[in-house]
Ligand binder design. Structure first.
Ligand SMILES: Nc1ncnc2c1ncn2[C@@H]1O[C@H](COP(=O)(O)OP(=O)(O)OP(=O)(O)O)[C@@H](O)[C@H]1O
Ligand SMILES: [Mg+2]
Length: 427
């Protein structure tokens, strides 16, 4: 992730402060998230049977579960099921695998017996056994019902097994239905993760920045308010908006993220149907590649517009030059990222000067040895290399999804290769 690395370096950050993984190291202990954690610990300490944690997508369920798992991993036997669309037998087998229970036979009764023996052994050692199911809304009714039967395993003093279900709120509706009512009654502890308040959003933003090493990056007044409003306090959307705003600030070379950067981020994320979809409770994970592409191409387009005084600025992906006199950033970005319409192409054909300019672009190597690769990617084969001062004519260019730019050049034996933009200056 070239641009990402550059941003971290520029701001003196050790890590990406707003990455989208449920990393327990970045856990922000809001009152509500802490309550959920306490509920989970209570279930284990009190050897309760079932616990249910619900929350809309992106509110931090997996993050909380990771923190919980970390805090108990040395004091309990934990099986974590992340892909609950399994038959009960498959479910059980993967639980036993997680718990390191060796099976000699694989019919259901023998598996259950082995599991029971394991539970009794652990109970004698006073070691809790916990099954955590993330995305539990995907469990089939039959598996949920079997889980209830499994939780019947108990001594006369306590439950032998603690089951933690982490789910989107729709599971609650299913649990109220007649099929799962019995299970519903067994759930003794419930927690709900809510979005962050305005104040918490401010604290959250600063907290994550500090965790990432803080560096020289500052948030201007009003930034968190705008992000809070746009995200409705949902951490995942806060992260996306904050990352995007930081990208805008970075492209301006500013170490302060201000409201303008956030407004820019919001304008572009709003226009993106995908983000709207997350806000309507969908899974961001499926939208991520598209959003990242959108963010990066949009950001570079913005950069181009901001730099409109500079002639011969390299373009982004499309052969259309950013309008030099436009006042409308959005329009300019459209031009820079979407490629030419037929009318634009026609107009362009008449702009011989522009074309000539484009044809004459040269790339001069500015490092001691620059790699020349078969494709515009660091993973591609290295064909040759060029030393400092060598000048190539730029034949084409390509911008990776990460924002890293490449130029196509011809080497002496007429072969075409790609050179990274960071090792050349283009004129
Ligand atoms: N309390 C928190 N502290 C720090 N980061 C958080 C917190 N809650 C959520 N996040 C961040 O928000 C993003 C989404 O969190 P997470 O994946 O845990 O949500 P989720 O509720 O499991 O979503 P889904 O329903 O889509 O699985 C992650 O980047 C995570 O780091
Ligand atoms: Mg999750």
């Amino acid at each position: 992730m070239g641009v990402q690395m550059d941003i971290l370096e520029f701001y003196g950050l050790k890590e990406d402060p707003f990455k989208l993984t449920p990393d327990p190291m970045f856990f922000f202990p809001s009152e509500n998230h802490n309550e959920a954690l306490s509920s989970l610990s209570y279930v284990v300490q009190q050897r309760e049977g079932f616990c249910l944690v619900t929350g809309e997508p992106g509110t931090g369920k997996t993050t909380v579960l990771n923190v919980f798992k970390n805090s108990w991993k040395d004091r309990a036997e934990i099986a974590l099921i992340l892909t609950p669309r399994l038959s009960f037998e498959e479910f059980l087998l993967s639980v036993l695998e997680d718990l390191n229970v060796k099976l000699t036979k694989t019919n259901k009764n023998d598996i259950l017996k082995a599991f029971r023996d394991f539970l009794i052994e652990k109970s004698q050692m006073d070691m809790p056994v916990i099954i955590i199911v993330d995305e539990a809304q995907n469990l089939h009714d039959e598996t949920l019902e079997e889980l209830r039967l499994l939780s019947n395993l108990e001594t006369d003093k306590e439950k032998l097994l603690q089951i933690v279900l982490i789910a989107q709120p729709e599971l609650e509706g299913r649990l109220r239905g007649s099929k799962l009512r019995q299970l519903n009654q067994r759930i003794t502890v419930r927690a709900r993760l809510n979005p962050l308040s305005h104040n918490e959003t401010l604290e959250y933003l600063n907290y994550r920045l500090i965790k990432a090493g803080k560096g020289f990056l500052k948030l201007d007044k009003g930034v968190s308010g705008l992000i809070s409003k746009f995200s409705s306090g949902i951490p995942r959307i806060i992260n996306i908006a904050a990352s995007r705003a930081i990208m805008s600030a970075y492209l301006e070379g500013s170490n302060i993220v201000n409201r303008k950067h956030v407004r820019y981020a919001i304008r572009h994320l709003k226009g993106d149907a995908m983000v709207g979809e997350i806000k309507r409770r969908s899974k961001l994970i499926y939208a991520l590649p598209v959003i990242i592409l959108f963010i990066i191409t949009g950001a570079i387009g913005y950069y181009l517009v901001e730099q409109k005084g500079i002639p011969d600025l390299p373009k982004v992906e499309s052969p259309v030059q950013v309008p030099q006199d436009t006042k409308d950033t959005t329009q300019a970005i459209k031009g820079a990222t979407e490629g030419p319409s037929p009318a634009e192409t026609e107009q362009k054909d008449t702009k011989g000067v522009e074309d000539q300019k484009k044809q004459k672009r040269t790339a001069t190597v500015i490092v001691n040895a620059a790699n020349l690769r078969s494709k515009p990617s660091l993973d591609s084969e290295r064909i040759s290399w060029a030393s400092k001062g060598v000048v190539f004519e730029v034949k084409d260019e390509f911008t990776e999804i990460t924002g890293k730019k490449w130029y196509k050049v011809k080497i002496s034996d007429n072969r075409e290769c790609w050179i990274a933009d960071r090792v050349v200056t283009v004129q």
